[in-house]
Design a protein around this ligand. Sequence first.
Ligand code: COA
Length: 142
Amino acid sequence: MIRKMSQNDLDAVNAIEMQAFQDPWSKQDFINELESNPYSCIYVKEINGEAVAYVDLWIAYENAEIANIAVKKEFLHQGIASELMQFCLQKIQQSKCENFTLEVRVSNTNAIKLYEKFGFQTVSKRKKYYADGEDAYLMVQL
Ligand SMILES: CC(C)(COP(=O)(O)OP(=O)(O)OC[C@H]1O[C@@H](n2cnc3c(N)ncnc32)[C@H](O)[C@@H]1OP(=O)(O)O)[C@@H](O)C(=O)NCCC(=O)NCCS
């Protein structure tokens, strides 16, 4: 089941974030998304009552963006991120967005392959986009 994230999911989502990223968002970042970002909607994939993955989709007028996506280690390579991407695409079609973009570390080949599978292409490089100095690819769904 895919459903909206609530405050009750904070610990589970934060734990996935911590194992998925070298520069993870803090729990407060997720609280800010839930409470203060009107453009954000975080969806979680739940299996047997456990939140095992999430995606943070921003929809602001005609622009949509994947702000964050991660899958719990034990559940990788089972098509869960693909399912979340498909879900986002449906939401975007319903909202009549014109642009769907995201940034990804140039070294994150797994994520780049995931996005390419859904029609995203790299259109430019954002120099030193991340705090550790790594560049990001700007990818756009064409
Ligand atoms: C990127 C990530 C979300 C993919 O999650 P996942 O559930 O394992 O992905 P899926 O099983 O749906 O696989 C989707 C596609 O991604 C690519 N992919 C995923 N893992 C891969 C791997 N280890 N090696 C090569 N390609 C991989 C493949 O193209 C795959 O498509 P296929 O199964 O048709 O070959 C997951 O690796 C993750 O949480 N990474 C850490 C967080 C992160 O980097 N998020 C992205 C930030 S921009």
